[in-house]
Ligand binder design. Sequence first.
Ligand code: ADP
Ligand code: MG
Length: 703
Amino acid sequence: MPASKSELHKQAVDPQLDLNKLRGLGPKRREALEAMGVSNQRELLLLFPRSYDDWSTLTPLSEVQEPGLYTFRAEIANRPQFSRRGKLSWLRLRLWDGVTSVQATYFNQPWLREKFQPGDSYIFHGKLDLSGPRKTTINPAFISTDLADQLGMLAIYPLKQGLTQKLLRAAVDQALAQGLASRFTDPLPAQARQDYGLSSLDYALHKIHQPQNPYELSLARKRLAFDELFLLRAAMQFFGQEDLTQLEAPALVTSDRIKAGMRDLRESLPFELTRSQVEAINDVLRDLRQSKPMNRLLQGDVGSGKTMVALFAAAYVGLAGGQSLLMAPTSILAEQHYATFQPYFQSIGLKVNLLLGSTKAADRRSLAEACQSGETSLLIGTHALLQEDLHFQNLVLAITDEQHRFGVKQRANLGSLKQTGGQVPHRLLMTATPIPRSFAMIFFHDLDMSIMRDMPSGRQEVITEIASSQDLPRVYARMRAELENGGQAYVICPLIEESEKTDWESAETTYRDLAERVFPDFRLALLHGRLKAEEKDTIMEAFVDKKIDILVSTTVVEVGVDNPEASIILVKSAERFGLAQLHQLRGRVGRGERQSYCFLHSDSDQDTAQERLQTLVQHTDGFALAEVDLKMRGPGDFLGTRQHGLPSFQLLNIYDDQTILREVNALIDQIDQWPEPERSQELDLISCALSERYPHLERGLVL
Ligand code: ADP
Ligand code: MG
């Protein structure tokens, strides 16, 4: 039998693995490591370098044709020239490799004057600049030529303040020297390792940290990337949620009366449904007529009109005498849905109720009764609904809006919504985060999909522009014009961690600057994650009610709030966000008649950052963007894994590693067919490996 969750939690981490067993890691540094999710030596080894400094390839200077980072052997050709001005000092010297020379400059390292003697040779490692008449380099690192045969690749780790590369490398080195790499459970069957040409786990864990050359690194990477996907797919396959195919849901029967009600509903709409909406509604209604529980993901870009699909589905259920639940991630969204549904439901003689965290106890009781008696056809609320001890007379359908915002736990609870008779409700999950096919294959293979590709007609495309800090006055002028014209604005700031000394702009600083200096004559509010849920709701409501002109916010605002009057959004330090997320943010405007604007502020001069933002300027289609995003960043961040409870891939790139994808799928299928006891033994191994590598992973992680 696979280890159950409780058994897994019993496998406490060996005290031998404490970080304080490693030299050089005092309490401060351990704290910094902890902030990076590293609380013991095992997790330290699982913190893979984000890049490498390659000292392993020596390049003759004459072969250097393009600027870049190089390792080269050279001789000190002249006596270094030393200069000083105030606090600044610099040392100039010529390096020569027998054929070509390089001008090197060292800033503020006066002691090198004594060290570098003409005629001495070193191995240098630094960026070569070719823009001038001769090659130049600034502050290149160097080591003695005696070490030439030990040159390898130096790991570069993601760092927090208080840590250095040197420190991390030394700590990892100690852990490796003590043989920790060999103490990880290797979940791969030996045959599979042979079939797919994978290194041992021990080797891979060593070489991912200390590769001697790019080839060793590629072996390590391949093995560990394989493991990432293998363990995740195994977790889903063998320890995932209960198998819905074994369960039954109520199958609805259509009648003329129901058809008439649906027709009335459609005719009472102020607009024509889009083709996508009609198709999605048909998908859902077809599923509802089956006893096989529906498990359908409805994907539609922001503003594509997913709410209508929920409305028709719930109306159909109601007309057929069943009940539905609709869960939204925030109360403000739940209230908006209630306001949308209420008149339509009333017109076809159905009852809708709203249940929020703030609902009074007496109202709760009567609500509970209305659910139990079957009087309520649709109950709308936040996920707080799941904590309620609600009994339904005939719960047929559970709808989750903005699925990507719900945590794993809440999702699990949803799965356990059962009713008398042991039937489960049909499930409809709605998300505005487009999920690329390659991603869906891994994570959502057990879900049916409805994808809405067309938008309601008459929408104006949001005009998107990139703006540097220098452009901000112009952006603010545009904003002022919008506000004076009755529009509203969002200003989004990247999240900051107080302890981190980064250049990220704090939402608070931005808020103060805008309120005091730029827009003193307008009403501003600040929304951030540290506010209580009710405080957030109050602010959002005030914004929707036009009592606030500019909402300065961290990304908490991302969720699908509909404020048609908001016509301009400025995202500060936009390069900090994922494309999918920026697209979501942009979807906050352009929801009404007004021409809307999205300004992506960025001072990053990195090509990739500019390129990413440029794709947003070019594409307004969320699906196209999601593919681009996934290609650029890998899936780790794609859905915001923290919210999902999905482990992020550090190494796997599902675009580049398509072979691994196929191999892993084949292997998992194979293992599933193994006879006992081999199958169970393998599952035990997988289970151990999972708890070692993803100690915080929750089981049942599939939607
Ligand atoms: P989302 O898919 O982002 O949840 P909504 O359901 O909130 O989108 O719809 C966005 C807006 O479009 C709403 O104001 C809604 O009334 C409107 N809408 C929905 N369907 C149509 C349609 N077929 N034609 C015109 N407007 C529509
Ligand atoms: Mg929505």
